[in-house]
Design a protein around this ligand. Sequence first.
Ligand code: UTP
Length: 297
Amino acid sequence: MSPNSPSYKKPIRKAIFPVAGLGTRFLPATKAMPKEMLPINDRPLIQHVFEEAREAGIEEFFFVTGRHKEMLEEHFDFQPELEATLQSRGKNDMLAKVRDSEIPAGKLFLTRQPKPLGLGHAIWCAAKLIGNEPFAVLLPDDLVLAEQGCLTQMVNLYNEQGGNVIAVRDVPKEDTKKYGILDIESDDGSCVKIKGLVEKPEPDIAPSTLSIIGRYILQPDVFKHLSNFETGAGGEIQLTDAMAKLIGTQPFHGLRFNGNHFDCGGRTGFIEANIAFSLCDKEISDSVQKIIQNYAN
Ligand code: UTP
């Protein structure tokens, strides 16, 4: 990078939520209902990631949707009959929860991905809406239970380093073939300087065991690479391949975030997340604890 390179530090105001996948691992639950509407404790996956984005200062929310996904936009809309009923019954706590799940006027944007051609393609579908500014991507499949939201932690690192920041975690060596894996230049234990990315490498050729999770802060230059529509692992247009092309031209770091990560895209991770989030909910944690103990015996 030359001394005249741009700082790549514009504020992160926009976030993309790719929600056009088929959710086949949850069939038949996801035959008519979007996977992203499956609940973890009292709110759907999509609301968890929306709240994480809002906490991190995101102002505009971009959903990449597909067929049969209308329920997602309904969820964040004003529900006058429901609110009036809750108000007349004096259910103020519940009313506050419902209102907290609304996205204000002018802040929710929708675009469609006609066919689920891969995560990279889904992100490309939002290119015109995002324009020439950096943005966040949050996959509702990935939840992080943490005192400070994962995206907030990433924005803090971005404010120091600029460029691109992805959330990373260590995985067992035999699992590298399930994830995007980092090739590491340097590692201070929390911030990792990245020199390469490989999508789903076999364990014997994986450059490390640090894997990407579904949280990204990216510069808009990634759209140029996505617009080649090159297919990668699994015959899909991979975001990892397009991101890899930015490395060396602008800052690119991984953050070992604080918090527990849950892969809610599969059934066991989803169940584990439900247990963990319920145990953190004062209203029900004691009862859940008892249920777990009963089953453990
Ligand atoms: P996944 O690959 O985990 O979701 O993508 P999926 O394809 O819906 O699930 P399975 O494997 O069939 O069970 C992670 C996120 O990216 C979105 C999905 O909706 C999910 O939120 N996605 C994936 C898209 O929007 N478009 C795609 O082409 C692929």
